[in-house]
Write a protein that binds this ligand. Structure first.
Ligand SMILES: *Cc1c(COP(=O)(O)O)cnc(C)c1O
Length: 356
């Protein structure tokens, strides 16, 4: 593991006073963690420094060829005031898998985890207290060679920034309407769908904007070849409940292997639900919703944990799932997983890393 140097900020920002107005992705803390990479030398100069702008040459390769990957996880405050992370090693391991696909170097996961822990302890007063709030963690890796030409870069920057975020659900878990995208696709077999690379999100923005214009909160992506099979939603994996059976698309290389997805599947089995990972035709989902066999649909992801889906719209057809309220399966999984994350329920799966 690399040594980590610390330079404290001399002037601190004012912390938000009203935690009910935190929102997401707008406020960043006083410090950040950085480390550099050079081919032949490896990772070096791990450091915590005051949060500040980067100065990058306009020819820096990340701006042109998009070698950029990121991660997302959270630090939670327990009722006793202590802080804890949820499966942080899994996020860093996923970043290395993303890096490999993008021709980027494997992350020094050990130094990154230690840097994250030290950074959060310096920023501990930024972790909000209110029910449902947390400190969002955004690790990022970018190519920093200065040159034009499509090649793997020889230099990279890894950094972590922190963002206090508000409760996703201020008035309980309200189901959302989702638009089934049947023109654009997000990913194909052999592509980058399983990575959190910036380009995947750039490619999704147009469809998201069109769906929003139509009044839907998110897009449900279908497979990139036949556009028949359910892949995932925006930044969430999809699950469907048939009574006490939970069905979700299998990891096929084009969907993102969500840590929430894997955690929910594990908890579901421990709670006695049946779980199935398979290929799911959108026509079957529509037919099963109409016949009443399909009882619930919900997304899983770090930001919302569980997001109930109340309706799906495809072309001119809209199906309503359940009765417009969150279903019992989604509610049980939400309560159990958030209970573990906030330290209200014992963690029997060794997922929690306590910081204080
Ligand atoms: C991040 C993300 C998810 C959810 O992953 P978690 O690890 O559960 O947060 C799902 N789909 C996409 C496309 C994502 O970017």
């Amino acid at each position: 593991m690399l040594p980590i140097s610390i330079t404290k900020a001399t002037a601190l920002k004012e912390k938000p006073t009203d935690e009910s107005k935190l929102g997401f992705g707008k406020i960043f803390t006083d410090h950040m963690f950085l480390m550099d990479y050079e081919e032949g030398r490896g990772w070096y100069d791990a450091r915590i420094v005051p949060y500040a702008n980067f100065s990058l040459d306009p020819a820096t390769t990340v701006f042109h060829y998009g070698q950029a990957i990121f991660e997302g996880s959270k630090c939670y405050r327990r009722a006793d005031g202590g802080l804890q992370l949820f499966r942080p090693q899994d996020n860093l391991a996923r970043m290395t898998r993303s890096a490999k696909r993008m021709g980027m170097p494997a992350l020094d996961e050990e130094t990154a985890l230690e840097g994250l822990k030290q950074l959060i302890l310096i920023e501990k007063d930024w972790v909000p207290h209110q029910e449902g709030t947390s400190l969002y963690i955004r690790p990022t890796m970018i190519a920093t060679d200065v040159m034009l030409g499509v090649h793997a870069a020889r230099h990279y920057l890894f950094y972590i920034i922190l963002d206090p975020v508000g409760s996703y659900y201020k008035d309980g878990l309200k189901p959302v309407g989702i638009y089934v995208e049947d023109e654009y696709v997000r990913a194909v077999r052999g592509g980058t769908g399983f990575t959190k690379c910036a380009g995947n999100y750039a490619a999704s923005i147009l469809a998201g904007a069109i769906a929003e214009e139509k009044g839907f909160s998110q897009v449900l992506w279908l497979d990139g070849v036949e556009q028949k099979y359910v892949e995932e939603v925006g930044s969430m994996n999809m699950m469907f409940a048939y009574g006490s059976k939970i069905v979700t698309p299998a990891l096929n290389g084009s969907i993102l292997p969500g840590i929430t997805r894997q955690s929910v599947l594990t908890l579901a089995r421990q709670l006695g639900y049946e779980t199935v990972e398979t290929r799911l035709a959108i026509d079957d989902i529509f037919a099963d919703a109409k016949s009443g066999k399909l009882t619930e649909a919900f997304g899983t992801g770090t930001a919302a944990v569980i997001s109930p889906v109340g309706s799906l719209c495809r072309k001119d057809e809209t199906i309503v799932i359940g009765d417009g309220n969150i279903g019992p399966v989604a509610q049980k999984l939400y309560d159990t997983l958030t209970g573990i994350q906030y330290g209200r329920i014992p963690d029997e799966n060794n997922w929690i890393v306590r910081l204080s």
